[in-house]
Design a protein around this ligand. Structure first.
Ligand code: ADP
Ligand code: MG
Length: 723
């Protein structure tokens, strides 16, 4: 029988008053639901609602208390309101020059009247008719004339004669995300009847013990109350997502996510036998002895955490985070030294040529001393030499290979890869990470990032990695003073730069290139550097560095700046990562309003690296958005990378924080990792302790959990493996 006929039969059987089909299950297509035909199903699909379960768990995004609506005459002068009245007049006008078509209606209740208008939605003329009872929700504001108040683009709902009072009025009413052609009333009615008939199929998925420990309401109760709240909650609590029913569903969501992470981690540590390194090596001692400084206690702690992992026969997966300049490179070198001393090769991957070169330079210095061979695999290496180099790597003649993404090409093979180090990891995707890992048998992994990761994310996105944090700066660093400047103050900054240069210091001036291909931006940066060289600093040497230069040209400029042949480096964002010139003490960031917080923080980290008092000027030009000025004032307020990251996350939201594609951010329907961090932490603790005691969740008390995990993730098992 063709699918369409099956659907029709089912539609028929459901719309007729037949008893509920016994095999009605949550995973069925949403068309099985009463009141959902082909048209509605197509609309629901647009909302990403495909199954009965999707629909049941599509909770309202806000609620309206329609029990005591304001009388129109008593509306507050501004703010979000809901009013109910009768349509008196519908009027479609076009503004002169036909820029806008405005539909305006006038509604009235016993106390007065109010107008509402919509722009460029002429079809609404067919929707509204005089005499209808409507509900409008939106912001009110004083109109320009006669002091009447009006609403612009409010949400509307048309009430019908004989409406079921229990669903659409006289209660706290749910408001759903919807799409053109699907009214609130329709979606609400469908859900109401679906709950009436099929709520009983929603099964409890949490063990009794968890429910009592955390005082959670039952699942069915929660689902029902989230759609159609009773009198035990206020609309404010609901709209803040803080009702006990919200909390229950958020806890549940986090718990299953954390169970997955916990099982993943447990699986990795138990199923996969990793290399058990001999960790007390002379390499470590030699390296540390030859440093011109003592390690900070944070560096020491982190090294011992890494050694503990390396010594055990499990595969290390450790994320090392630490602010710019905290000294991660030495830690990486010690880690690499241990692996080499054990006869293994090490691969070190960095996101840009410049960074790779710099790491190579450092490692080369460290390891020559130990009699180990370090090589750089980069674009700079000529094709013929590259082939030779690859051969050496394959035959194990090279101990450490530093490179960019070039490392993951399939021509690159190792003889005995035992450790993978990845720097600045958020620039790489999970795939690149694991491609490199697969070049060894079960190599240990150390991921380093200078982007401080807020706790909320380290518990979710990176929830399966062990985390080490360097939370201490080497001594002798003075905090960088940050100033926001505008227009005329630039002269003052130039004078400051000149004074510093006279003292033997150096300065960065950074220009934004939002897109490296944006010609006008690049032209502006070039022009500015010429202007600075010719007019402002004719007696100083000024260099320009930008992303479109050839690698060897870049190299030359960088080297000149390092050697102090250049005193001022005008640069586009390429200095953002990696450049280490401790002698620089001033950082002037032009168009600072165009940079994100993470970038600003990275840039500022380029100065203040050697104990000289340093300054970062944030030059804001042009009009600033509210968000931009919030960013700049955060920069002025704090230099703590974690605080900045938390703020950044709060401003941009989790999805944007790392960039969508690479974020690996789990889809959360209910929970918000920032707002609900407490619940997240509780759920994580519970999940990890359960998986710790019962890794495969075989014990009777975990029965519900494991069957729910199977049900939820049956088709998404890659989620369990990705890491
Ligand atoms: P990042 O964590 O940003 O990669 P680096 O490893 O590049 O930081 O270190 C920044 C600078 O600090 C380097 O010049 C490095 O030699 C120096 N450094 C590292 N550890 C210490 C320490 N314990 N004491 C003093 N200076 C240190
Ligand atoms: Mg670094």
């Amino acid at each position: 029988m063709p699918m369409s006929e099956i659907h029709e039969q089912l539609d028929h059987s459901l719309t007729s008053k037949d008893p509920v089909t016994p095999d009605f299950v949550l995973s069925h297509p949403v068309r099985y639901v009463k009141g959902v035909g082909a048209r509605i199903a197509a609309l629901l699909a647009k909302l990403d609602i495909h199954t009965v379960e999707d629909l049941l768990f599509s909770f309202p995004y806000r609620y309206e208390d329609r029990r005591n609506l304001h009388q129109i005459a008593e509306l507050p002068e501004d703010g979000f309101v809901t009013v109910q009245g009768v349509v008196k007049n519908v009027d479609l006008t076009t503004t002169p020059r036909k820029r806008f078509r405005i539909l305006q209606i006038l509604i009235e209740d016993r106390s007065g009247w109010i107008t509402a208008k919509w722009f460029n939605q002429a079809y609404l003329k067919k929707v509204f008719q005089a005499g209808q009872k409507v509900i409008l929700s939106g912001k009110v504001k004083r109109g320009p004339f006669n002091h009447a108040i009006e609403m612009e683009n409010p949400e509307y709902e048309i009430l019908m004669e004989g409406d079921e009072e229990t669903i659409h009025t006289n209660r706290i009413v749910p408001i759903y995300h919807t799409t053109a052609g699907l009214t609130q009333r329709r979606i609400r009615t469908i859900l109401y009847h679906l709950l009436e008939s099929h709520l009983s199929e929603v099964e409890e998925c949490l063990p009794e013990e968890i429910i009592t420990t955390y005082h959670l309401p039952e699942r069915r109760d929660s689902v029902f109350n989230l759609h159609f709240p009773g009198t035990d909650v206020t609309v404010e609590v609901l709209n803040a997502g803080r009702s006990r029913y919200h909390k229950r569903m958020i806890f549940e969501e986090f718990l299953f996510l954390q169970m997955l992470l916990a099982m993943h981690r447990k699986g990795r540590s138990e199923a996969v036998r990793g290399i058990s390194f001999q960790v007390n090596t002379s390499a470590e001692k030699d390296l540390i002895q030859n440093l011109s400084f003592p390690l900070t206690s944070a560096q020491k702690r982190v090294i011992s955490e890494i050694k503990r992992d390396m010594g055990r026969p499990i595969q290390m997966s450790r994320l090392l985070q630490g602010d710019v300049g905290c000294g991660k490179t030495v830690v990486a070198a010690v880690t690499a030294g241990i692996a080499m001393e054990n006869g293994y090769q090490v691969a070190v991957m960095a996101p840009t040529e410049i960074l790779a070169e710099q790491l190579y330079f450092h490692f080369h210095g460290f390891f020559d001393m130990l009699g180990k061979k370090t090589a750089l695999l980069s674009r700079l290496v000529r094709v013929k030499e590259k082939e030779k180099l690859r051969k050496k790597i394959r035959q194990g003649e090279i101990d450490v290979v530093v490179g960019t993404q070039a490392l993951i090409q399939k021509e690159v093979a190792f003889q005995k890869l035992g450790l993978v180090i990845i720097d600045e990891q958020h620039r790489f995707g999970v795939i690149q990470r694991s491609t490199l890992m697969q070049k060894g048998r079960v190599p240990d992994l150390l991921v380093m990032t200078a982007t401080p990761i807020p706790r909320s994310l380290s518990l979710t996105v990176y929830g399966d990695l062990d985390i080490s944090v360097i939370d201490e700066m080497p001594s002798g660093r003075s905090p960088v003073k940050t100033e926001i400047i505008r227009g005329k103050e630039r002269q003052k900054v130039y004078r400051h730069i000149d004074r510093e240069i006279r003292e033997g210091r150096q300065a960065f001036i950074v220009y934004p290139l939002i897109e490296e291909t944006e010609k006008s931006d690049l032209a502006a940066a070039k022009e500015m550097s010429e202007h600075l060289a010719r007019e402002i600093f004719p007696h100083r040497s000024v260099g320009l560095l930008h992303g479109r230069m050839r690698p060897d040209e870049k190299e030359k400029i960088m080297e000149a700046f390092k050697q102090k042949a250049l005193q001022i480096l005008v640069a586009t964002t390429v200095v953002e990562v990696g450049i280490d010139v401790p002698n620089a003490t001033v950082m002037l960031i032009e168009h600072a309003e165009r940079f994100g917080l993470a970038q600003l923080h990275q840039l500022r980290g380029r100065v203040g690296r050697a104990g000289y008092p340093s300054t970062c000027y944030l030059a804001a030009s042009g009009r600033m958005t509210e968000e931009a000025s919030r960013r700049l004032s955060i920069m002025k307020k704090t230099s703590n990378g974690f605080e900045i990251a938390e703020e950044d996350l709060a401003i941009r939201g989790p999805g944007e924080f790392f960039g969508k594609r690479q974020s690996g951010m789990p889809d959360l329907r209910m929970g918000n990792i920032i707002r609900d961090i407490r619940i997240l932490e509780a759920a994580r603790k519970e999940a990890f302790s359960r998986v710790g005691q019962d890794p495969l969740l075989q014990n009777p008390e975990n029965q519900r959990l494991i069957s729910e995990i199977r049900r939820r993730y049956a088709e998404k098992s890659e989620l369990i493996r990705v890491g």
